[in-house]
Every structure is written in structure tokens, then in C-alpha cells.
Write a new protein. Structure first.
Length: 367
């Protein structure tokens, strides 16, 4: 016939009859006339700082007991609440009706306008580590990167490296990460034709970096592929304007010329092209053989020319020597003696010369 209920000091009791809220009760023992089991008491712990209930609005309206031990928190659809318990972050509350029990703990409530989409808070590192993932989305922009932020499809800002938080279900948040470091694109196996109708295969490399993240995201669906195609076109134009020999002799200078044309297109994509270099130039087999023959003939002609120059120089030296000896007989005699000395050393020949010049002349004649 009677039901007994005991409420502890750190609890509050919600009394329901026939499913309807009647009142609240505090610490103590209670007896209720309950012949048909229509009376029910729900115990609520005051140590759990946040309380919500399907019939909480009735509880708030019908009782004064909550005053002094708790605060009513009614969050609109566009509001969120940050809960701090004893100076430490606890949780995030979505929109709804709550009671915050303040009797047993120091509770601090921060009501945030979530229509701004982005949560900016001095304690964001702590909040982002402990927050309810259903309410808050975390975006990390890495070092040497930028994050291009779009809200509901509209560009909002470019985020520097750091951690950012956005309210879920308040806006369609999309962040595109952009690498700001220098990057390279290999342009391999491109078949090009020179102005003298020679087909060659060119391998090049382009180095660049992104200087305008927003433009890089919005100007093309794939800015790297767009730069690749622009590089192919620039090289094709430059090679097609020059003959093979001219291109092979000045390929880097012509590549720099292509760089000037490429930078204009790259600026439209939000890029800065740092440089372009030609790695390999591959000629067809027949053209390679012809080039080898041309080089071989050129080198042979150069060797022949050098040989003729040396012979001419030697003959000119001999002619000058002959004129000198003819003008100075004494030098001629000294030259003869040098020859006799060399002959004597090589044949073990002993030569005795007297004062008579005739002897020397006859001996020279015999040798």
C-alpha cells in the first residue's frame, strides 16, 4: 500500500504520478501511498553536473527546489555551451534544455553563438582534445601548408598552420590543404618536332611553388596537371621555332625562353615557376647515327687542320733557321760540330780535329 524511498545527500528525487511530474524531494526518507504503483521516484545525482530529462521543462516549471542548487540552461538551435567543472573543461552541450547542478562543484558555463561556424577560443587546444566529436570538427593545418576555407561553398579565408575548430551542422565546412613548399613536375617522353622536321623526345623538369592558395584551388580542378599541360605546350612552341642544331647548342637558353612564357600562365593558376630544365634529349636511331657521323667527320677535319698547321709551323721554323745559318757562317760551323758530337756518341766514333779547316771539312764530308 505504501512505497518507501530514500534520497541521499548528494541526490535529488523527481516524483512522478501516472507518468506526470509532481514535485522534487531532497535528502531524507519518504513514504508514498501507492496502492496501484502509480507513484515513481527518480533519483538524480548532483555529482553529475549536467542533467537533462524528457520532461525537464515540466520539472523546471513546477518546482522551486532547483533554485539554489542548479541553474536552468536553455540553448537555442544556434547556441552551444562549453562546460567547465572546477576549472577544467568538461564537455560541449548542443541546443536543448538542461539543468546545471552547482551545489557540489564550481561550474562555469560559456554560451557560444555557433552561427559563426568557427570556434575561436583561447583554450582551443584543450577543448579540441576533449570535445564531443559530434558537435565539433577539428582541422589541422600542417607546417609549411595553408588551408583554404570554404563555408557553404563560399570562400571564407586562408588558414595559416595551426589547429582550428568548426561547429558541425551549422555550415558545410570544407578545408583544402595546400603545400606551400617548392615542388617539381617531371615532363617525360614528350615527342616534339623542330623547324627542320626532326622529331625528338624531350624530358624536362619544372620546379614551382604555390603563392596564392585560393587561386590554386579555385582556378583549376587539378592545378598540378594544368601546369604540366602548360609546360608541354610551351616546350612544343619553343622547339618548333628552331632547328635541331640550334636547339642542341642552346637548349637551356631556349628552356629559359619557355620559362618566360610559362610564368604568365602559372600566375593565372596561383603558382610561381622557379625554373625549368632539360634533362634528356633523345633522337631517333637513324638521326643519332647521322649525328655521330657528322661529329666524327667534324673531328677528323679538325684533327687534319691541326696537323697541317703544325707542319706549316715546322717548315716556317726550318726556313727561318736556314736564313740565320746562311747569314752567320760561325753558327753553321757550331751546328756541324753538334751533329758530329751526336754521331760520335751514338757510334762510339772518335773524331780528332786539327787546326786546319780542310781536315774538318773532309771529315764532315766523309760522314
Amino acid at each position: 500500500m505504501f512505497s518507501r524511498f530514500k534520497i541521499k545527500p548528494d541526490e535529488i528525487g523527481l516524483v512522478f504520478k501516472d507518468g506526470q511530474f509532481e514535485k522534487t524531494i531532497r535528502h531524507g526518507k519518504y513514504w508514498f501511498f501507492n496502492p496501484f504503483g502509480k507513484v515513481m521516484v527518480e533519483r538524480v545525482s548532483l555529482r553529475d553536473p549536467i542533467f537533462t530529462h524528457a520532461k525537464l521543462r515540466d520539472v523546471v516549471k513546477k518546482t522551486e527546489t532547483i533554485k539554489g542548487i542548479g541553474d536552468v540552461l536553455d540553448l537555442r538551435d544556434w547556441q552551444r555551451a562549453l562546460i567547465w567543472v572546477d576549472g577544467r573543461f568538461s564537455q560541449i552541450l548542443p541546443s536543448g534544455l538542461y539543468v546545471v547542478w552547482t551545489e557540489l562543484a564550481d561550474i562555469r558555463v560559456e554560451v557560444i553563438d555557433a552561427r559563426k561556424a568557427q570556434l575561436e577560443h583561447e583554450e582551443l587546444p584543450v577543448i579540441s582534445r576533449m570535445a564531443n566529436i559530434d558537435e565539433l570538427g577539428i582541422v589541422n593545418v600542417e607546417r609549411d601548408h595553408a588551408g583554404v576555407l570554404f563555408l557553404d561553398g563560399q570562400y571564407r579565408s586562408t588558414l595559416p598552420p595551426g589547429r582550428y575548430a568548426f561547429w558541425r551542422k551549422m555550415a558545410d565546412v570544407n578545408t583544402a590543404p595546400i603545400d606551400l613548399r617548392e615542388q617539381a613536375i617531371d615532363v617525360n617522353g614528350q615527342d616534339l618536332m623542330t623547324s627542320d622536321k626532326v622529331t625528338l623526345r624531350l624530358n624536362a623538369v619544372v620546379t614551382y611553388r604555390i603563392v596564392d592558395p585560393k587561386l590554386a584551388v579555385s582556378s583549376s580542378d587539378d592545378v598540378h596537371q594544368a601546369l604540366y599541360r602548360a609546360t608541354q605546350f610551351a616546350l612544343r612552341v619553343i622547339v618548333g621555332q628552331h632547328q635541331l642544331d640550334e636547339f642542341l647548342e642552346n637548349k637551356q637558353a631556349l628552356a629559359d625562353k619557355a620559362l618566360g612564357q610559362l610564368r604568365e600562365r602559372a600566375s593565372e593558376l596561383g603558382l610561381l615557376v622557379v625554373g625549368i630544365g632539360v634533362r634528356d634529349v633523345i633522337l631517333p636511331g637513324e638521326m643519332k647515327n647521322l649525328m655521330n657521323k657528322v661529329i666524327e667527320a667534324r673531328k677528323a677535319a679538325e684533327a687534319n687542320l691541326i696537323s697541317r698547321r703544325e707542319e706549316t709551323a715546322a717548315m716556317r721554323s726550318q726556313a727561318n733557321t736556314a736564313k740565320l745559318l746562311d747569314a752567320h757562317p760561325t753558327l753553321m760551323r757550331l751546328r756541324e760540330l753538334e751533329v758530329l758530337e751526336k754521331v760520335a756518341q751514338s757510334t762510339n766514333l772518335k773524331v780528332v780535329l786539327g787546326d786546319d779547316e780542310g781536315l774538318s771539312n773532309r771529315l764532315s764530308g766523309l760522314i
